[in-house]
Design a protein around this ligand. Sequence first.
Ligand code: BEZ
Length: 247
Amino acid sequence: MLKNKEGQRVPDVKFRTRQEHRWLDLSSSDIFAGKTVVAFCLPGAFTPTCSSSHVPRYNQLAPAFFANGVDEIVCISVNDAFVMNEWKDNQRADNITFIPDGNAEFTAGMGMLVGKDDLGFGKRSWRYSMLVKDGVIEKMFIEPEVEGDPYETSDADTMLKYIAPDADKPLSVSILSRRGCPHCARVKQLMADSGIEYEELILHRDYSDRSLRAISGASTFPQIFIDGRHIGGADALEAWFVSKVAA
Ligand code: BEZ
């Protein structure tokens, strides 16, 4: 039975991190003292759910967390410092501090160390998140104790809703573009002027003409998608901005 530790202090341990090719030991105090920290803890670096959802969404929502009183977001896993550093780079998760709990002392102290021998993983962290203020755990979201690797409550959206139910969340924007296309330059400028972050997918590097037609039903550039909705091209995006201002 995994215990909720709300109201208690986080375990006092030493983390062996690597920074600039040198060992740098961080204590729990270095990470948590005098700060408001969101920590999310997961079973392993480079594993599918952790890489495709858990880390990216915390990284994407980081500005909303920071705007609502959170000083730092940390990701803790029972992995060594080299693996955690590679994973951070690979994820381009610049807003998150990756903490290696290689000896599992923090995870064991939290009562969250579980056997994943069936996967050949040995002992790992159960998936959970917590809001920690000056070293004291205010809130925990622990995944239900069911078979496998549930991912229902420790996600970034649930934590942000707890901290700031009305927080503005950044839009998820993708632009399918083509090199040298003036309308693509126009929409990127529009996004930049509006302070909206976007991901750009470039024809023949990230997708093909066939995929453009399959995804958008169009064969012109750019094609813009926002929060799961196909907006269309540059003119449609301008109309979308006008409708947002009017709303
Ligand atoms: C996952 O993140 O998908 C995962 C984590 C631990 C074991 C297997 C998969």
